[in-house]
Each structure stands twice: as C-alpha cells, then as structure tokens.
Write a protein that binds this ligand. Structure first.
Ligand code: SAH
Length: 221
C-alpha cells in the first residue's frame, strides 16, 4: 500500500519532464488525490503499449492493446482510482478487465492486494509478463468472467470495472465490503460513470459524468 514502494527507475522510464506534464494535466483536469497523482507519475505507461505507439504513451488518449481492446486514457484511470481510494479501507480491490495491466499496476501501489479478472487469455498472459518484469507481487490475476467476480476472495473494499456492462452485476454487489465502493461505467452507446457505496443498511448509487468504454462481454475467450 505504501506509495512508491515500487521503484521503476531501472526500466528505461521516460524523462521526469514527460511524467511531470502528465501529472500537471491530471491536476488541471481535477484529480486531487496526491497519492494517486504520485502513483500516476511513477508508473511507466509506455511499457504497456506496443513499441510503435510508445511515443504516445503519456498523451491523454486511449490506445489499442490488441484484440479490439484499449488501454484506458490516463485521466479516466486517475478518476476511477481516486474514487476507489476513498473507500473505508484499502485492503483488497477487484479490477474487472485487466487488459494490458496498466491500471492493475496503478492499483497495486495504492491497495494491499489487487485481484484482477480478464476474459481474454491472450491479454492476460501479456499482462502477467509485464507485472513480473516490474516485480509486482501483490496482484492476483485470473482468467475469468467479471460478471461472476471472485466470491472466494470477497469482500472487496473497492471494485473497478474497466469495461461497461448494461446492467449492474448482482454478484459484484454481493462481493462489495461494507464501507466499500464500486466504480463502473454503464450503458451501451450512451454510457455514464457511476459509483455505488455500500453502507450497513443500503447501497447508495450516484451518477457521474459521461464516459466511453469497451463493452463488458460475457464468457471467456
Ligand atoms: N484497465 C485496462 C482496460 C482494458 S479494456 C487497461 O488499462 O488496459 C477492458 C478490458 O475488459 C478488456 O481487456 C476486455 O477484454 C475486458 N473485459 C470485457 N468484459 C469482461 C468480462 N466480462 N470479464 C473480464 N474482463 C472483461
């Protein structure tokens, strides 16, 4: 959980200026959490995209990662993670949609343990390799269906979905800890970001801004 416990300085990190600019832009876009800003500035996004695209790794855009999927734009990662770290505890987080593993690495620096589920085996394998390269050891990656979650590891203090379902998955609500927060895009063409906070008595849902994510799909591939 301690920020900066991961030292990525040996892996050909881009210049401090490029990272500084990313953090400055996130600040201007409204990201307030210093912990999240520090982690975003510390995480080598360029190693998660193809070499041909690595010059764009610190631009605020989503980029292709293969199989029709994309690495989320830095702003939306920061936004969702900032909402997640506002949970009552930062013990366990569940990420739905590992993709290239970038957000997984961001979360690994802010939560004690990260569970991440991906339905595409090929993407998961690549993400695993990268996490190993970065010597990240507090992540548990699983080839599985995000609609099902990981019941045996529940409850989770936070759940983040990187793909948009058209309805709230029941199983995930059940796996949310009391005091926990679920952050997710929802919808088909018109999507919006939402947060559900679980209290002792209820689930409180709040609608946030319009967003654009790849769809959350059932089944494995
Ligand atoms: N955070 C990732 C985002 C990848 S895009 C990154 O920054 O790279 C969303 C991912 O969600 C895709 O890899 C897609 O395959 C995955 N996904 C879609 N539906 C899913 C489901 N039901 N269960 C698990 N993963 C799913």
């Amino acid at each position: 959980m301690a920020e900066m416990k991961h030292d990525f300085s040996g892996i050909g990190m881009t210049s401090a200026r490029t990272r500084g600019r990313l953090v400055e832009r996130l600040r201007q876009q409204g990201i307030r959490s210093e912990a999240v800003l520090a982690v975003m500035g510390n995480t080598p996004r360029h190693i998660f995209v193809d070499e041909a695209l690595s010059h764009r790794a610190y631009d605020d855009v989503s980029l292709p990662i293969g199989l029709g999927q994309t690495i989320s734009q830095p702003y939306i990662v920061a936004r969702m993670v900032e909402l997640a770290v506002g949970a009552a505890r930062r013990d366990k987080v569940l990420e739905i949609g590992t993709g290239c593993g970038y957000q997984t690495v961001v979360l690994a620096q802010l939560f004690k343990t990260v569970y991440s589920v991906e339905r595409l085996a090929q993407l998961l394998d690549k993400a695993r390799t990268r996490l190993r390269e970065l010597r990240i050891s507090n992540t548990r990656l699983r080839h599985g269906d995000g609609f099902v979650g990981i019941a045996e590891a529940a409850p989770f203090d936070a759940i983040i979905m990187a793909a948009a379902p058209t309805y709230v998955p029941e199983a995930l609500l059940a796996q949310l800890a009391i005091g926990g927060r679920m952050i997710f895009p929802i919808g088909n063409v018109d999507q919006e970001l939402r947060i559900i906070e679980r209290t002792e008595e209820a689930y409180i849902e709040t609608k946030l801004e319009k967003v654009r994510f790849v769809p959350m799909l059932p089944g494995l591939a």
